[in-house]
Every structure is written in C-alpha cells, then in structure tokens.
Design a protein around this ligand. Structure first.
Ligand code: FAD
Length: 280
C-alpha cells in the first residue's frame, strides 16, 4: 500500500535473513512506514514472512503476535469469562481511526513500535498489564512490561536488531473490569487523550492508564477509597512527569483538562459498579 516511493530501499528481505546492517528497518503492515519519507532506510526486513500465528490462547492468557492485524484482533473472540477485556480490545481497535485498507494491513506490533502517542494498541497493552516479548536476531529474548516499552514519541526500548515478537495479555487481565474514555478534537479524529481504568477483582485496588495525552504511557496503581481530589493530583503529577503532548491533535492545556475529567468519570464508573470503594 505504498503512498511514498522509498527510493533509498534496495532490498526487501525476510526478517531473519542474516545480520543487522545500518539502514535496516523492520517491515510489518507498512501503513506508517510507507506514509512518509524514510531517507535512512536501505533494506526492509519483512516480519510478515515469518508466519507467526496471530492469536494464541493458553492457561496464562492470550498471546498476540506482533504481526496480528488490527482487523484480526477486532474479530477475536476472547476466552469465556474475558468479557470486560473483549470490549476493551474492540474499543481500542476502533480508536485506530483508519481507512479500510489501513485497518486490514496495520499490525498490533507496528502500532506499538511506531510509538505514536495515539497508538491504541499501546493503550490496550498498558491498560491490561501486558508484557512485550522482545527478540533479537541471535535468538535471544527479553520481556518488557508494556508500560515501559514506549519511551517517548517515536522512541522505544528496542536496540538495533531487536524486534517485538508478541504481546502477552496475562490471565488476570481477563478477570478485570475496565472503563475507557477517549477524547479527540473531532468525532473521527485521532485520540488526544485515551484513559482506561481497571478494577482488579483479586484485590481492592485499581489502576488507571493514560496514553495519547502524554509523550509516553502513564500507569498508576491506585488505592481503593482514593478521593477525587487526590486522584486528580496523582494523575496530573504523573502525566506532567511524562510530558503533556503538544501537536496538531490538541494543545497540552486542553489535553490535561480532558484527561483529568476522563479520569474522574472513570473513577465514578468503576466505583459505582464495584470494589474500588471510593469516597466522592
Ligand atoms: C489513514 C491513517 C490513519 C492512522 N491512524 C493512526 C492512529 O489513529 N493511531 C496511530 O497510532 N497510528 C495511526 N496511523 C499510523 C499507522 O498506520 C499505525 O500506527 C499502524 O498500526 C502501524 O502498523 P504497521 O503494521 O503498518 O507498521 P509499519 O508501518 O510496518 O511499521 C511501523 C514502525 O514500526 C516498526 N515495526 C513494525 N513492526 C515491528 C516489530 N514487530 N518490531 C519492531 N519494529 C517494528 C517499523 O520498522 C516502523 O518503524 C495511521 C496511518 C494512516 C495512513
């Protein structure tokens, strides 16, 4: 689906073909890669040729291959009992405001690795407490908590020669309850703030994740009974530390206003329905 000629690219090879060279770049769906000039890229290493199964369910949770497309994930029927997370998955897929073409080629891994603040697969992974499996060409693997994977706008923890192999949603993610809110300047615009609350049935606590509004994801583990004022303070401090995002999709002050409001709404929703035990 190229819309830009990548005239510096001399080869497209299988992802695991030989050693990493300067100018190499991983290729998944290509929807981001082909959408703008890439003057430093010489070879594309195609991950989709490796034939990874897109989705695998086992006793420990769900493994989503990096090459699973957004369309495949949106069609996924989660295991019995994963009702809350099933709805969250669908809403995060919908938050990628993409054309039919992009929807069918864009991958979960490509979305996370592009490291755009409005990456809804990053939002999903962070909110569910997922782990990222990072592989290298020598056969090594390390596990990185999803909240630590994106470091800044278009920057991740990956070193040269490392790629995201999969994202694992742990079994606890399936038992949790979620509340999600999204703000955008336009009805069908890119996310300017995406906030997800998660109430954990195994403990009294809950967590809140913020993406899109900040330069990197924010995840707060919160005590049951947290007051609204204290919640706003904690969210404000954590988001300021991550850096409020400033681009055409929203000014920092507006993103801050919307994020704090969405966090308050989420607290009210989770408190009304369950065990977070908050006082208003
Ligand atoms: C119309 C349109 C709307 C869009 N809307 C959004 C939006 O709302 N939010 C958003 O975040 N993005 C959006 N995008 C950008 C992009 O389409 C998505 O981020 C998409 O999910 C990227 O996935 P991909 O598989 O096409 O990635 P690619 O374009 O193939 O790759 C993206 C980047 O990640 C790297 N990469 C890919 N897979 C891996 C891997 N497994 N390991 C290591 N590195 C990897 C590539 O080298 C590249 O740098 C939009 C694009 C278009 C054209």
């Amino acid at each position: 689906m190229p819309s830009v000629d990548l005239h510096t690219v001399s080869d497209v090879i299988a992802a695991d073909d030989g050693d990493w060279r300067p100018g190499d770049r991983w290729l998944a769906g290509g929807s981001y890669l082909y959408s703008q000039p890439q003057p430093d890229v010489r070879r594309l290493r195609d991950l989709t040729l490796l034939g990874w199964p897109s989705l695998r369910v086992d006793d420990d949770g769900v493994e989503i291959a990096a090459t699973c497309t957004i369309a495949e994930l949106a069609r996924f029927t989660p295991p019995a009992g994963w009702t809350g997370v099933g709805e969250l998955i669908r809403r995060c897929c919908d938050a990628l405001l993409a054309s039919h073409k992009v929807w069918n080629v864009a991958t979960v891994g490509g979305n996370i690795c592009a490291a755009l603040p409005a990456g809804p697969m990053t939002s999903l992974a962070v909110a569910t407490g997922a782990w990222c499996a990072v592989d290298d060409l020598a056969g090594g693997r390390r596990a990185v908590p999803a909240v630590d994977f994106v470091r800044d706008v278009e920057s991740t923890v990956l070193s040269d020669g490392e790629y995201l192999r999969s994202v694992r949603l742990p079994a606890e993610a399936g038992r949790a309850r979620y509340a999600m809110r999204r703000a955008s300047l336009f009805t069908h615009g890119r996310s300017a703030a995406l906030v997800v609350g998660r109430a954990d049935p195994d403990t009294d606590g809950w967590s809140l994740s913020v993406t899109a509004a900040t330069r990197r994801p924010v995840l707060l583990r919160l005590a049951a009974g947290l007051t609204e004022a204290r919640l706003r303070e904690q969210v404000d401090d954590a988001c300021a530390a991550a850096g409020w995002m400033d681009d055409v999709h929203g000014l920092p002050a507006w993103r801050r206003h919307r994020t704090l409001r969405l966090a308050t709404e989420i607290r009210a929703e989770l408190t009304a329905a369950g065990p977070t035990g908050g006082r208003r």
